[in-house]
Design a protein around this ligand. Structure first.
Ligand code: ARG
Length: 481
């Protein structure tokens, strides 16, 4: 069936026909197209807009089309789009009654409804995948609450954290993504059907009936907006782009931390590939591909935002270009989430290597400065300077801070301010130098002790991370989507 009435005197150009067709893309909507048509036909029958007997025939016909598509008996082909395909097939099967289905409806409100139903389902699926990934992350974190590793800024070693603390940062990111998809699902759940082409209809339709039947929370308040709104498409792809951004950071760190010079983690062989020439290689291709696919999802977002820009109301055929980017973003994200979950679940944390890595890079320097400030009353800026000189000295000797003698520590005491309360008396008695460091400094700059004494909620200590894990698991249990 082609939409060419007596108004046309000529056939469509074959290339234009092919260009105009969206079937290869929107065939993914067959289920929702049938679902929405079932609700519409039932409403038409109930309102007496079409004979109730025809509504029943339409129902049975639509269900048989659906069964045949799902069993593979019916191939989706030879139509402009999925809506035309289903309607044509229905009419082939039930005759005249099939021609009544499109009463009080347009493909404009039909496609918006089908697509919303579909995206609603995809939001739910993505939330499920995010939930599984977060569960894998909390499980891995639980096994690594006592595993110190260097924390980085500027990719330079900074301060000690734990592997669990690092993992949980991603847990929080993916939880936010989950709530974004939940919100997207909630916001899109307004029924466009009944808007018709753009202006509603004179038929006495019952939009509330259709709304309830299809599980929408309300009906669109403006028929022009009902058929023109694609906010949900932009929002879904933005949420996907944001989740891919998080996945790309995770992937990048998996790649770095599994590399030969770090070896903090080992990627399971199931998620690694070899090289065609270098026999020794085990490459983290899956993580790299996830990182790479982030780019295409950003492209999908740019495509849909640009397509929507400055479109006049109401429907324009440009809108047909909304599906491909969304499906592409969904495919990339869905696969990436599932693989990230598998990768995290099978990741090995090399605790010894991570602890060893904490021994270099002076990641306990801040703790040494904090020692002077909290135990010796030195203003932080001055403590920072003393410790800086100490680090520079240790580096020149190629030694970590804890290998310096107490005398070496105190050789920098001359930089201390002479008003340091606790040191005043000693300074007076001993004339020149003020010993600021006592032997308890060694304990204070011990990596495990630094982590133990860190009392920041949300911080890296065993206690704080255990609390964070508990908290995230609780939120995950309660979140509704
Ligand atoms: N395939 C079209 C789409 O996805 C369906 C709506 C067509 N409507 C129209 N007035 N040409 O947007």
């Amino acid at each position: 069936m082609k939409y060419r009435t007596g108004h046309f005197n000529k056939n469509i150009d074959p290339l234009a026909e092919e260009f105009n067709s969206s079937l290869s893309v929107d065939k993914r909507l067959y289920r929702e197209d049938i679902e929405a048509s079932l609700a519409h036909a039932e409403m038409l029958g109930q309102r007496g807009i079409i004979p109730p007997g025809d509504a029943e025939k339409i129902r049975n016909g639509l269900l048989s089309v659906k069964d045949d598509i799902e069993s593979g008996a019916l191939e989706i082909r030879d139509a402009e789009d999925i809506h035309m395909f289903v309607e044509t097939e229905l009419t082939k099967r039930i005759g005249t009654a099939g021609k009544r289905l499109h009463t009080a409806r347009s493909r404009n409100d039909q496609v918006a409804t089908d697509f919303k139903l579909h995206v609603r389902r995809l939001c739910g699926e993505i939330c499920e995948s995010l939930r599984a990934l977060i569960t894998a992350i909390t499980a891995a974190a639980e096994k690594n609450t006592d595993a110190p590793m260097p924390g980085f800024t500027h990719l330079q070693k900074a301060q000690p954290i734990t592997a669990a603390h690092h993992l949980m940062a991603y847990g929080e990111m993916f939880y936010r993504d989950l709530t974004r998809f939940r919100d997207c699902k909630k916001r899109l759940n307004i029924l466009p059907l009944g808007s018709c082409a753009l202006a509603g209809t004179t038929y006495p339709i019952d939009r509330d009936f259709v709304k309830t039947k299809l599980g929408f929370d309300g009906i669109s308040n403006n028929t022009l907006d009902g058929v023109s709104d694609r906010d949900f498409v932009c929002e879904f792809i933005y949420s996907a782009a944001n989740a891919m951004l998080h996945l790309s950071r995770l992937s990048e760190e998996i790649i770095i931390f599994s590399s030969d010079d770090y070896k903090y983690i080992t990627v399971d062989e199931a998620h690694s590939t070899g090289s065609s020439i270098m026999p020794q290689k085990r490459n983290p291709d899956i993580a790299e591909l996830i990182r790479g696919k982030t780019g295409r999802v950003y492209g999908d977002l740019t495509a849909v935002l640009t397509m929507m820009k400055a479109l006049p109301l109401a429907y324009n055929k440009d809108l047909q270009e909304d599906k491909e980017p969304l499906f592409d973003a969904y495919d990339a994200l869905s696969n990436s989430l599932k693989l990230a979950e598998k990768m995290i679940s099978a990741l090995t944390y090399n605790k010894k290597n991570m602890l060893k890595a904490c021994g270099s890079g002076y990641i306990n320097a801040t703790a040494a400065a904090d020692y002077l400030t909290s135990l010796k009353g030195i203003p932080f800026r001055e403590a920072y300077e003393i410790t800086g000189a100490l680090v520079s000295y240790a580096a020149s000797k190629n030694l970590p801070l804890d290998k310096l003698t107490l005398a070496e520590f105190n050789s920098f005491a001359k930089n201390a301010p002479d008003n340091a309360a606790k040191s005043d008396a000693y300074a007076a008695e001993n004339d020149t130098k003020i010993p600021l460091f006592d032997s308890d400094i060694y304990q204070k700059i011990d990596i495990k002790n630094i982590l133990l004494e860190n009392s920041t909620p949300g911080g890296p200590s065993v206690k704080a991370v255990k609390q964070s894990i508990k908290d995230l698991k609780k939120r995950l249990k309660q979140v509704d989507y």
